[in-house]
Design a binder for this molecule. Structure first.
Ligand code: SF4
Length: 302
């Protein structure tokens, strides 16, 4: 990908014709685009993964209370709950995705992969994947590159931002990146890996962006957990050779088309969906008053 692929089809053809692993053309593109060496890019990925792991750890060990009061240490409650709905691993997946996203909502350090609003999904998915399958860090770095390749195509053909394409574009893209990473790490073929992306998009399609009070907290934090779960279910389906039927590039185009036709109130304006509910509106008013009080305090202190 010294040139950027416009489609998954192009990416697949390049890898198959030259017998390349999926991550290699993405690495080549990153080298060219950023003017960095391969070593520097691996190092950047190692650092990014460390920030992801730190965010998971912070969210599970420190007090996570957002300024608005909407986020109050939910990840820790999930992690410490004696009831494991499926397996302890699933419980960890959910808790980790929540944890990293809570860190973002509490103004902590995260990796916006691909955006801050979706910053819990890859940490939840990759940390859990590595733990369960005892993967080397190098494999996770390769998965990050594969995920980056997915995001590059989604960005071109659809969008990665809730303000442009709704939450399907934001958490949906991160889930698609995660699903591709899982499939890649577990030995999936290129077809299976791209099928995992297609299935993920099909599951996330249509999700609106409706953050309460315009804060990236509710429903954003819980959506990071559900998107992490969907990434896993999609990879499981794809690795079992169950076809998405609609090819991945067409799924991406559907994501773009749905995003374009979505009303503005569902694109991070906090005017529709959950933000427009009675409770959402009351929270919005309360947060606004809090902000004015903070401003007043600052003015009188200054
Ligand atoms: S609801 Fe909007 S702001 Fe929240 S995670 Fe989804 S896209 Fe981002």
């Amino acid at each position: 990908m010294a040139v950027q692929f416009k489609s998954f089809d192009e990416w697949q053809k390049e890898c198959k014709s030259k017998n390349l692993p999926l991550w290699q053309p993405v690495m080549d593109f990153e080298k060219k685009q950023k003017g960095r060496t391969e070593e520097e890019i691996w190092q950047g990925l190692i650092e990014a993964y460390k920030v992801m792991k730190d965010a998971v750890h912070t969210g599970l060990t420190e007090e996570m209370n957002s300024q608005s009061g909407l986020i109050q240490g939910g990840a820790k409650k999930v992690a410490n709950n004696k009831i494991a709905v499926l397996t302890p691993e699933f419980q960890k997946l959910v808790a980790r995705a929540l944890a990293a996203k809570e860190v973002n909502s509490c103004m902590g350090r995260i990796v916006a992969a691909p955006t801050a609003g979706a910053s819990g999904i890859l940490p939840g998915v990759l940390v859990t994947l590595q733990e369960i399958h005892n993967l080397e860090d190098k494999e996770i770095m390769e998965a990050l590159l594969v995920g980056a390749g997915v995001a590059l195509i989604l960005e071109q053909r659809a969008s990665l931002a809730g303000s442009v394409g709704g939450c399907q574009a934001e958490t949906g893209s991160a889930a698609a990146m995660g699903a591709a990473g899982i499939s890649y790490c577990l030995g999936g073929t290129i077809e299976q890996t791209f099928n995992a992306v297609a299935i993920t998009i099909q599951c996330m399609l249509g999700l609106v962006c409706d953050p309460v009070a315009g804060l990236v907290e509710v429903p954003c934090v819980v959506r990071n957990a559900s998107a992490a779960a969907i990434a896993n279910s999609s990879a499981q389906i794809a690795l079992s050779d169950v076809s998405a039927v609609i090819p991945v590039d067409e799924c991406v185009d559907a994501l773009g088309e749905v995003g374009q036709s979505m009303e503005e109130r569902y694109k991070e304006t906090a005017m529709g969906g959950l933000a427009a509910t009675k409770t959402g509106q009351a929270i919005s008013k309360r947060v606004l008053i809090q902000d004015i009080e903070v401003l007043d305090d600052d003015t009188s202190n200054g």
